[in-house]
Design a binder for this molecule. Structure first.
Ligand SMILES: Nc1ncnc2c1ncn2[C@@H]1O[C@H](COP(=O)(O)OP(=O)(O)OP(=O)(O)O)[C@@H](O)[C@H]1O
Ligand SMILES: [Mg+2]
Length: 301
């Protein structure tokens, strides 16, 4: 077991530099190009945008690409009941406070504060799931571009600080509402949906570059994920992620079985493995037979 601090530090540093070398790979056309341009317009016009779209449609990736192309860092947090303002802004480390007092040295800055100080794109995922008082703590950073760090003072954000909210559409009306005050600060709403067939397949191919995907596989994977999106029995259908996962798993299974191409047997197995957890059916529908019959009906032999 490699568990010394030296080994961990070395491996950690390797991971850090590997991560900073990785380039964002994204298909930017149609809705993604439009959204990208509007993000830029919003930033230039000092307006805060919200991106609304179903899970796995590329909202986070788009923000990452936007940050990268403007040479900035991207950080984000996902809202839930447990997030506190200190998770966003930061907090004092009690052990250090004992020695050094309430100084900057004793302070662990949170992702929002770091992005406000250095500049960068800050993605707030599912901000509506934050408790209302936490949503309210974002009003000043978002509207006034300033924040008060207790005991340290109030700072104004770097001019390259750009906050963006992302949300799933069903959450707009759901139990977790965006507070009226925060909603009022989001000035522009950008919708992202499932892409056109050709574009989605281009995305799938981009995410499966080690495999050669046949037309049989691509057509059927699209047919299957699209069927889930048009089914009245399904509340949360297959995302782009699901299509990518089916394609990758099926290709890998064919490779292991030394088959030249993915065939019906492999594809239906791979699809079942992925879709078993990827869909949310309407209450009262038994997922297991529903997935099996969906796979049987949608794939051509
Ligand atoms: N335009 C695109 N180009 C390339 N890959 C894409 C594109 N859109 C989506 N993807 C793929 O789909 C995956 C899901 O995208 P992403 O995580 O950005 O979705 P999301 O909308 O933020 O989802 P969630 O609502 O669950 O947070 C990405 O990891 C990427 O592999
Ligand atoms: Mg996301």
């Amino acid at each position: 077991m490699k568990d010394t601090l030296v080994e961990f530090t070395k491996a950690f540093d390797e991971r850090l530099s590997e991560t900073s070398r990785q380039k964002v790979r994204i298909v930017i056309k149609e809705q993604y190009k439009d959204a990208y341009d509007i993000l830029e317009d919003c930033e230039n016009a000092s307006l805060i945008p919200g991106i609304i779209g179903p899970p796995g449609t590329g909202k986070t990736l788009l923000l990452r690409a936007y940050a990268e192309r403007s040479g900035r860092d991207f950080s984000w947090i996902t809202g839930d009941e447990g997030v506190r303002p200190s998770h966003l802004i930061g907090s004092f480390n009690p052990a250090l406070v004992l020695n050094k007092g309430f100084t900057l040295e004793s302070f662990d800055p949170g992702p929002l504060l770091k992005t406000m100080v250095f500049g960068g794109v800050f993605g707030l995922n599912e901000g509506n799931r934050l408790p209302e008082y936490v949503q309210n703590s974002l009003l000043e950073p978002f509207e006034e571009r300033s924040v008060n760090v207790q005991r340290l003072g109030r700072i104004t954000a770097h001019e390259d600080f750009f906050p963006v909210l992302t949300m799933n559409p069903e959450e707009m009306a759901g139990a977790h509402r965006l507070s009226e005050a925060l909603r009022d600060r989001i000035r522009v709403w950008i919708r992202i949906g499932y892409p056109r067939k050709e574009t989605e397949l281009e995305i799938v191919k981009m995410n499966c570059e080690e495999y050669k995907l046949s037309d049989y596989l691509l057509e059927n994977v699209y047919g299957l994920v699209n069927a889930t999106r048009n089914s009245t029995d399904i509340e949360v259908p297959a995302s782009i992620r699901a299509g990518i996962s089916i394609s990758r798993l099926a290709s890998q299974m064919a490779k292991r079985e030394k088959k030249k191409e993915v065939d019906y047997g492999i594809l239906s197995k791979a699809a079942t493995y992925v879709l078993t957890g990827a869909l949310r059916f309407r209450p009262g529908i038994d997922p297991e037979p529903a997935v099996n019959s969906l796979v049987r009906r949608s794939l051509s032999e």
